[in-house]
Ligand binder design. Sequence first.
Ligand SMILES: [Zn+2]
Length: 256
Amino acid sequence: MKLVQETKICHLGGAGRFEYVVTSLPDGSDNWLVRVRGERPSQVTEVTEEELVEYANCRGEIEAVKRYINKFGPPLLIEQEGEEFFYAETLGRWRASQIHFQEIWDRILGIEIRNAYTTKGLGKYFPELWKPREPLKAVQAEGEFQVSGGGLIFQAKTHYMALVIKMLAVSVAGKLRKCSNPGCSNTPYFIAEHGKVQYCCQECGAWGQRKAKLKYWREKKQVGRTESKPESVQTQGHSADKNKRRGRKNVTEKAR
Ligand SMILES: [Zn+2]
C-alpha cells in the first residue's frame, strides 16, 4: 500500500498545442469525429486527482472534450509515429471508453453500475452486469516502473491506463466517491476531501438533506415522538460562496 501511495503514476503524453479537425457525422445525431494533430505530446506527465474527476464527468459535447484534451492530453495516442493525426475519436467511442472508466470506478466502490447499457434495453435483465459486488481490488495495466528524480514512478503504456491505476491509488486513500444523489447531473464521480463526504456539491447535499428530513418525519409519524434528529449530510466543499450566503445551513459536521 505504501509503495502505491509514494509512486507517481505517469504516462508519455499530456497537454500540448493541438489542432482539432472536427467533422459532424451524417447520421442525424449529435455524433462527431474529432482528429487531433500538431505537436505530438511525449513528455512524462503525472496523472492528477483533478484529471480523474474531469475525465469521469466530461460531457459529450465536442467543446467539453476539446477542453479536456487541451488540459490533459488525449486519453489514447495513435501509436504509429509519423502519422498526421495522433488522436482520432468519435463521440460513440469517447463515450464507450468513459463508460468503461466509470464502471471500474463503480466496481472499485462495490456499488451498483447505472448507465445507458444497464438501465435501458436488455442490460437490465442481466443483473450480473450491474448488481453491487465485492469492491474491486485489482486492475490491469501495462507499463514500467522507473526511478526518476530520486523517486519511483510508474509509467503506464497509455494515458488511459495511467488514469485507471491512479483511480485505484486514490481508492487506497479512501477518497474515491460517487455522489449519493442518484439524479446527480453535476459531478457524480468525485474525490472526497475528507472521509464523510457523500455528496458532490451543495445542490446534491441539499437534496440529501431534504430526503433525510422526509425520512425523519415519516419515521416520527410511525413511531410517535422520538429524540433523534434528521441525519446530517456531508458535501464536497464546492460553492463555498453560496454556502456563506445561506448561512451554512446545509453543511453540518455531525456524524450519525
Ligand atoms: Zn452530485
